[in-house]
Design a protein around this ligand. Structure first.
Ligand SMILES: NC(=O)c1ccc[n+]([C@@H]2O[C@H](COP(=O)([O-])OP(=O)(O)OC[C@H]3O[C@@H](n4cnc5c(N)ncnc54)[C@H](OP(=O)(O)O)[C@@H]3O)[C@@H](O)[C@H]2O)c1
Length: 261
C-alpha cells in the first residue's frame, strides 16, 4: 500500500508543533500541498521549511488566532477563496484545564469558539469545493474525553462531544459526494500540551512532574505515551483513498487506555 496525495491540497490546523505538525509533515511526505495554520509566524516559517517538496509540492501558511473568532473567519475565508482544500484537518490547541466547579459560562463560550466555532466555520467554507470535486476528507482531532470524561478537563469533556456529534450528522449528509468525516479520539501523546497538563497536575497535587508522568504511563496498557508520528500515520490513512468507505467514526488512538468498548 502506498499513499499518494499528489495534486491534493491539505489544510492543517495547529500545525507548528505536536500532533498538527506531525500530520502536516506526513501529508507532505505523501505528496500533498500543505497549508499550515497557527499563530506564531516564526514557527510557521520554520515548519514550512521542514515539509517535503520532492515532488514539487507547494506549501503555505496562514497566521490565525483561534481565540479571535471574527479575525479568524475573515482570514480563513479570504484564504479559501483562491485555495480549494481536499483534505481538512481540524485541529486547534486544547482548551484550558480545570474541573466543572471551576468553570463559568464565559469559559464555556471561549472553549466553544475554540473547539466548535472555528472548526464548524472552516468546514462549512471548504465543503462546497469538496462537493463540487466529489472528493473530500475531513478529520477532526478530538479526545478520549468524548467517550470517557477526563478528570479536570471540563471544557474538553463538554464541547468535544458536541463537535463529534455534529461531525457524525454531517458525515451522513455529505457521504454521497465522496466526502468522509471522521474524528480521532486522542490518548496521551508526547507533546507540549501533554507536558503542560502534567505540570498543572503535579502542581495541584504537590508532587513531581516525573511522578505524574509515571502514573499516567502506568495506566496505559502499552506502558508509554504515543509518538506524534504514530498519530500522523492514522490521519494520513484516513485522508487516503484506502479509507474511502470509512466515515462518521470516532477512532481512539491511545495504546489501549480507553476502558469502554
Ligand atoms: N497531546 C495529547 O496527549 C492530547 C490528548 C488529547 C487531546 N489532545 C488535543 O489535540 C489537539 C492538539 O494537541 P497537541 O498536543 O498537538 O497540542 P500542542 O502541542 O499544544 O500544539 C498546539 C498547536 O496549536 C497552535 N496554537 C496554540 N494556540 C493557538 C491559537 N490561539 N490560535 C492558533 N493556533 C494556536 C500552536 O502553535 P502556535 O503557538 O504557533 O500558535 C500549536 O501548533 C489539542 O486540541 C489537544 O487538546 C491532545
Amino acid at each position: 500500500m502506498k499513499i499518494s496525495f499528489e495534486h491534493k491540497n491539505a489544510l492543517v490546523g495547529g500545525s507548528t508543533q505536536g500532533l498538527g505538525k506531525a500530520i502536516a509533515i506526513q501529508l507532505a511526505e505523501c505528496g500533498a500541498n500543505v497549508t499550515l495554520l497557527a499563530r506564531n509566524e516564526a514557527k510557521l516559517k520554520k515548519v514550512l521549511k521542514e515539509l517535503n517538496t520532492d515532488s514539487g509540492q507547494k506549501h503555505n501558511y496562514v497566521e490565525v488566532d483561534f481565540y479571535n473568532l471574527e479575525d479568524f473567519k475573515k482570514t480563513v475565508s479570504g484564504f479559501l477563496k483562491n485555495h480549494p482544500v481536499h483534505i481538512l484537518v481540524n485541529n486547534t490547541n486544547g482548551p484550558e484545564a480545570g474541573g466543572v466547579l471551576e468553570k463559568n459560562l464565559p469559559d464555556y463560550q471561549k472553549a466553544f469558539d475554540l473547539l466548535f466555532q472555528t472548526v464548524c466555520f472552516t468546514t462549512l467554507e471548504v465543503l462546497p469545493g469538496m462537493q463540487k470535486n466529489k472528493f473530500g476528507r475531513i478529520i477532526n482531532v478530538s479526545s478520549l474525553s468524548v467517550k470517557e470524561p477526563i478528570q479536570n478537563l471540563a471544557l474538553s469533556n463538554t464541547i468535544r462531544v458536541a463537535l463529534t456529534s455534529w461531525a457524525k450528522a454531517l458525515s451522513t449528509e455529505v457521504a454521497k459526494d465522496n466526502i468522509t468525516v471522521n474524528s480521532i479520539l486522542t490518548g496521551n501523546f508526547d507533546t507540549e500540551r501533554l507536558n503542560h497538563l502534567i505540570a498543572l497536575q503535579a502542581k495541584a497535587k504537590n508532587v513531581s512532574e516525573e511522578e505524574i508522568r509515571e502514573s499516567r504511563i502506568a495506566a496505559i496498557p502499552m506502558k508509554r505515551f504515543g509518538r506524534p508520528v504514530e498519530y500522523a500515520y492514522l490521519a494520513a490513512f484516513l485522508a487516503s483513498d484506502y479509507a474511502s468507505y470509512i466515515t462518521g467514526t470516532n477512532i481512539p488512538i491511545d495504546g489501549g487506555l480507553l476502558k469502554s468498548l
